[in-house]
Design a protein. Structure first.
Length: 283
């Protein structure tokens, strides 16, 4: 935290920190496979892009931040062959007087966390998960760019509350035009008419790192991939469906709003992509 390693008890942030007061900050979540941080540079590049988009200067170089991530794993005894790491970098505007002017905060707050990774239960990859269509809509991109991975997550939290109330794994958010976007912390893919489809970034969603990897893998496997604007009705017709993010990788979806996807089991494209992902991630 701010240039030194501290215990969790001593990792204290001022009540005048603008990240706490206004959600003014950015973050990235990463993971390791053993000591290797997966797509580390891509995550740090996106962190830098998010910071630049809100006029926030990260006071640590990306090279130094990469070194800090690896040291944090060592200090917390994670990122070993026996224990993968969950990593988070948070950068807030910093401490300053109350008010919205960023100039009130002379120095950003930087926090790096390293914990043991707790992956989803293994049986979920065999049975698939259920999601619902949230009534909460994705933020309008012209109001707040979804490419900014901001610490203000209320939009997603509201949708997650809906999923919890419905006993679902997660919620899928629609945009202002009723087109599919993403779930609360993951990107969406579905297969229909022999084509693997995923909502286009223009629909208002984050450019997920694992999303990018899956699109590339699908191309290498000669799968036809399409990014576009899709409706719930098209999703209900899907033969298979899955979610992607850094920590859960490729998660099959077998039910949407209590309707089975395809035959209600993870589909062949999903299984093939997951098999290939397991190969490229290595150990």
């Amino acid at each position: 935290m701010n240039n030194k390693f501290v215990t969790d008890e001593d990792a204290v942030i001022s009540v005048f920190d603008h990240g706490f007061l206004y959600g003014d900050g950015v973050y990235e979540t990463l993971r390791s496979y053993g000591p290797r941080i997966f797509m580390r540079d891509e995550h740090l590049s996106r962190l830098l892009r998010s910071a630049e988009a809100i006029g926030l200067t990260i006071p640590i170089s990306m090279t130094s931040l990469a070194d800090i991530l690896h040291e944090a794993m060592i200090r917390n005894e994670v990122g070993t062959e026996q224990r993968d790491a969950y990593l988070r970098v948070t950068v807030s505007r910093g401490t300053g007087d109350i008010g919205l002017d960023p100039a009130l905060c002379p120095s950003p707050t930087v926090v790096v966390m390293a914990n043991p990774l707790v992956p989803p239960a293994s049986h979920l990859y065999e049975t698939g998960v259920n999601v619902i269509i949230a009534s909460t809509k994705r933020n309008l991109p012209s109001a707040l760019s979804p490419q900014i991975k901001a610490t203000n997550f209320l939009n997603n939290i509201q949708a997650k509350r809906e999923a919890i109330a419905a006993g679902a794994f997660d919620s899928l958010l629609l945009n202002w035009e009723q087109h599919l976007t993403e779930c609360t912390i993951s990107n969406l893919f579905f297969a229909l008419d022999g084509t693997l489809r995923t909502p286009a970034l223009e629909c208002g969603l984050l450019d997920g790192i694992t999303r990018m990897v899956v699109i590339r893998l699908a191309g290498e496997l000669n799968m036809h991939v399409e990014e576009g604007r899709y409706t719930v009705d098209q999703l209900f017709q899907a033969d298979e469906c899955f979610l992607t993010n850094t920590t859960m990788e490729i998660m099959p979806v077998t039910s949407i709003d209590r309707r089975p996807v395809g035959d209600g089991t993870p589909g062949p494209l999903t299984r093939k992509l997951r098999e290939q992902f397991l190969v490229i991630r290595g150990r």
